[in-house]
Design a protein around this ligand. Sequence first.
Ligand code: AHR
Length: 330
Amino acid sequence: MKKILIYALCLLSVFLFASCGQDRNEPGSTVDIPDGLIVVGFSQVGAESDWRLANTRSMRETFSEENGYFLILRDAQQMLENQLAAIREFISLEVDYIVFAPVTEGGWDDVLKEAKGAGIPVIIVDRMIDTSDVELFTCWVGSDFHSEGDTAVQWMEAEFKDKPDLLIVHLQGTLGSSAQIGRTEGLQAGVDRNPGWEIIHQVSGEFNQVKGKEVMEPVLKQFSHIDVLYAENDDMAFGAMEAMDMARWTYGVGGAVTIISFDATRAGLEATLDGRINFNVECNPLHGPRVEAIIAQLERGETPDKFIFVEETAFDARTITQEDIDARAY
Ligand code: AHR
């Protein structure tokens, strides 16, 4: 048995450890790693959305002891500094692989140099980082967020081809994250080429439902009409819908406000099927098996592709079927 000591990295970790009870896989505990397991340190962004929970589940299910792995999972609670601390912890523990989903794009070079110096392969999932040296990480697998934004905007252009003037409210995700940047740039490109489109309000709902509702409430007081709500994920769309229900605004198919959303989680697709969301662009969170396939390649001494984009689709309320929802694993 290889014995490693996982030590407290910060006061927050100590507090969580004390308040949640001892877990052999928590910061501050001593863990025994059975021989023969591949040790994977995974720094997750947080638990802000249904998408994120599905992503964490996918990683946990894939990197189980039954499958030959020992997973050390750290939840960064949306903070870059927590992710940097987690990655430094993984380096000191000499894990076999470091995997992380970056909360925002900037600020990674130093810690990646440390991981490279320690000879630990680094796999980035979901979002991208902004670095001058792509040799600092082994490879990346995730979504093409620009293409997601383009898909949404192309739908808007077709949907509103006879209505050139659009008043748009834009709920952004976590500022500085690839998901926000790609989806926002997609919308901005649409606004740039459609002179009648106007973003009348732009605010971050941080990819979560509570915040989505909170930021939508004043918008509904400020404006008497909105043509399109462009919500950068389902959770924020749900929060905005709660606010609109309370303020008695109509939305969705046949309603005053057309809703565009992203993720297409099961709940998001159900809302699309019943017409509360008009158009939902998929973002697939099932990265566990994809990361495992990369690790298998590396274990065999092969070189995985540097960038692996996940195939994604989109759903229109008028054409989605119950089968689409039944096929959803998240
Ligand atoms: O990076 C993927 C995004 O992050 C998802 O769209 C969002 O729901 C999540 O929190």
